[in-house]
Every structure is written in C-alpha cells, then in structure tokens.
Design a binder for this molecule. Structure first.
Ligand code: XMP
Length: 425
C-alpha cells in the first residue's frame, strides 16, 4: 500500500467531510470512522499515521456524551482532537492541521490518483481472486468509474450488465457499449429492455407510480440477467463517500438514506464490492480520468435514475419521449458549443402532455411545447435559474422548433428551487 492515512473519528461533528477534504488537500489520505471503532479495527487499517477526534454538536447519543475507546490513546500513532475539550490528547486548530499531519505524524504527501488506483487494484485482486463480480453499469459517472477500475483489476471476471430502459439520453447506451465493450474489452451484457419498460409505463401518468415502476422493473431486469449468470459471488456498486457520510454515522444526523441497487431479493446473495466508497465526487471524476474514460462520461451533469421518464410528463408516449431526447441533445450540443457545459450545473428539456396552437408553413399547427430548464446549485437542495444569453436561447429555440418533430413552441422555466424542484416530476 502506497498511501499514508489519517483517521478521523466522528464525535458528532458536522464538519467531518470538510476535515477529510482539508487533509486530502494537503496530499494525505484520510477516512472518517465512527467514534466506537476499536483500537484493533484501527490497527487493521492500512498505513494509519495519526488520529483526529472530531467533536461537535451531535456528540450526545441517547442523552450520553460519547467518547472513543481508551485503548485508542495507547496506539503507537499521534492522537489529537478538534473541539473535544475533555479528550486526553492535545487539541489542535485548523491552522495546526498541517503541522500535525506532517511534523507530528510524519505523513508523506502521497495521496494521488495513481497511488489510489494502484492500491485499489492490489486490494481488489487480493480480495476477489479469480471469482466473478457483477455490476449494473448505467453509464453514469459512478458506475462507469467502478467498471473501469474493476476491468483494470480483474478484467474478464467482472460482468457488467447494461440495461437500456429506453429512458436514457441520446447516444448514451451506444457510448457505454463503445467505451466498455469495444475499447476496454469489458465483459458486457447489453440488455435491450426498451419495450419492456415502455409497455409497463403505458398509460401511467402519476409521477410517483412512474418512478416506482421504473425502479422496480430495473431490479427485475437486472435480477433476470443475474440469474442467467453462474458463479457470481460479488456485486459491485458505485457507492461514493457522500452516500456514506450523509447516511449518517452513529453520531451524525441522518441527512438522507441512499439506495443504490438496494432491494435485490434475498436469494441473490452477493458480497458487496464498493471501491469508490471513500472518494468524493470530484475525486471519482479524477479517478475516471486517470483510468482513461472520456470526458463526456466523467464530467457529465447529474441525471436522475428514472431518466427521461420524469421529463416526459404524464403518461409516457414514444413520440413525446423522442421529442424530449432530441431537444435535450440539441440543448446539450449548443451549451457545449457556447462553453457553458462545465459552468451551468444542470440543464435539460421537458415535454408536457398538452399541445398548443401555432402556425407552421402558413397553416395551423397543434403541437407540444418544449420547456428548457437550466439551474445552478451547490447541493441540489436549493437552486437558482441560470442566466442564459438571449442569442443562445434564440438559436436553441430555432433548432428545436425546426428539428424536433411535433414541437411548435419553446419555453424557459424561470422558477428557482424552492418553489419548483429541479425536475418536473
Ligand atoms: P429535484 O427535482 O428533487 O432534484 O430538485 C434534485 C437533483 O436530484 C436529481 N434527481 C434524481 N437523481 N434519482 C437520482 O439519482 C432520482 O430519482 C432523482 N430525481 C431527481 C435531479 O436531476 C437533480 O439533480
């Protein structure tokens, strides 16, 4: 193992992620662990060079003030605390972090993607051996990076299943096949489930029902494929650090619970492989870049699990779904050409389930509108509307009304979140 590590023990701080990021910014790897981890468990972690107890407002559990096990202070590495006044170790301030990490703990600044990847490859090979791993490869950033990392580590022993549910953006499924099957030689099972999903969704207009159908059907398709494969022992997931940190350690408040491929039936018993579970999103992207994945895959904007299904409002029809897909492709192309792709947080189109009157070729038309949404946000909890220059909006409008079949009108959604959510359904 190449990287030194500082362990952060969570004593109810709300700033654990920030502290981990501050240490990583110094070039030193760090992990957050719960306050009740044992000294033996810390010893079993690779290359631990120092420990920081990170205190804060959530330090009481069931009315009792929590602290760490006494034995932790006997470990042969320096221990310091932040905001834990009663701890039997020196208290350090944020300014003292560098001094603690380098002078006191003797860490080397050896946290970088090359070392992370080589450590992970080594660890994955040791754990998995020649056994088989299954991965649901959606083509999103996290699953793509997991796939690339596992292909590097275990090659053919990784079986990727890509389910095309017909609700992906233009060219997305093709890109997954091109990058993973053709370029990286991954063992990829491509499942064309478009009809299966669209048939299930036919006539369903309630947004929550649509989401539930898409989620449940995804698991069913994935499960069907998994049953056809023999000897799978592991299931890989693109869980990343915020999923774990936000789901709450024992002292941290639960922000939201996360589900990945959760809900698989009990008779499919796999051990989980989650090689990105200690990386923040920007680090996942850097990892993907270092593994040679294309920029469009690594720097893509967030995309909801139910895909275009929640942007084709009401009961999904194939023609309106095509209108969403085509208008979205035009919007992305024009934003990229205008240099906005990396600066606007999320932008997409929506097609509602009503028509409006217009004129086309000197005759009355009765067609759908396309709604453009473009927002900026830090954490997706609140969002502001991106200010897009008129000439670009006019160009996009002109292209959509001339190139997208069945559309005669383009609108721009000016609503911040709140009151509007980012998605419409
Ligand atoms: P809302 O619409 O709630 O969206 O303001 C906030 C962010 O979450 C994305 N989103 C989803 N992401 N599965 C996901 O992985 C989902 O079901 C889902 N629904 C919304 C949305 O695109 C936005 O970035």
């Amino acid at each position: 193992m190449k990287q030194d590590m500082i362990v952060i023990l969570d004593l109810g701080s709300v700033g654990n992620s920030q502290l981990a990021r501050d240490i990583r910014a110094l070039g030193v790897y760090s992990e957050i662990h719960p306050h009740d981890i044992s000294a033996a468990e810390i010893k079993a972690l690779p290359n631990v060079k120092g420990i920081i107890l990170n205190g804060g407002p959530n330090r009481t559990v069931d009315g009792k003030l929590v602290c760490v096990s006494e034995e932790i202070f006997d470990l042969p590495v320096p221990v310091a605390s932040m905001n834990v006044p009663d701890a039997p170790c020196p208290e350090i301030s944020p300014e003292g972090l560098r001094e603690f990490v380098f002078s006191k703990c003797g860490c080397a600044a050896n946290w970088n993607m090359e070392n992370f990847i080589s450590d992970q490859v080594e660890a994955l090979r040791a754990r998995i051996g020649g056994r088989k791993v299954l991965l649901a490869l959606s083509g999103g950033v996290d699953s793509s990076v997991v796939a690339a990392l596992l292909v590097k580590a275990i090659g053919d022993a990784l079986v990727c299943v890509h389910v095309n549910h017909g609700l992906l953006r233009k060219g997305e499924s093709e890109q997954v096949v091109r990058v993973f099957k053709d370029e990286l030689n991954a063992n990829l099972v491509y499942v064309d489930a478009v009809d299966r999903f669209l048939d299930k969704l036919a006539g369903v207009s309630d947004p929550e029902k649509k989401r539930k159908i898409i989620g449940a059907e995804f698991i069913r398709v994935f499960e069907d494929e998994a049953r056809k494969l023999n000897d799978i022992e592991f299931l890989a997931q693109g869980t990343i650090y915020p999923d774990i940190v936000e789901s709450g350690t024992k002292t941290a408040k639960i922000v939201k619970s996360h589900h990945n491929v959760g809900g698989l039936p009990d008779d499919l018993k796999f051990e989980l492989v989650e090689p990105l579970k200690f990386l923040f999103k920007d680090e996942v992207r850097a990892c993907g870049k270092a593994l040679g994945l294309p920029d469009e895959m690594v720097f893509r904007q967030p995309f909801p699990g139910p895909g275009l299904g929640v942007r084709c409002l009401g009961a999904i029809t194939r023609d309106r779904l095509e209108a969403v897909r085509e208008s979205d492709a035009i919007l992305r192309e024009e934003f990229a050409a205008a240099g906005l792709a990396g600066s606007v947080w999320q932008y997409f189109t929506i097609v509602p389930d009503f028509k409006s009157v217009g004129v086309r070729d000197n005759a009355r038309s009765f067609e759908w509108p396309v709604i453009i949404r473009a927002v900026n946000t830090v954490d997706a909890m609140t969002a502001s509307v991106a200010r897009i220059e008129w000439p670009l909006m006019e160009k996009i409008t002109a292209r959509i009304i001339s190139e997208v079949k069945g559309v005669n009108r383009v609108c721009f959604d000016l609503t911040p979140k709140p009151t509007g959510t980012i998605e419409w359904e």
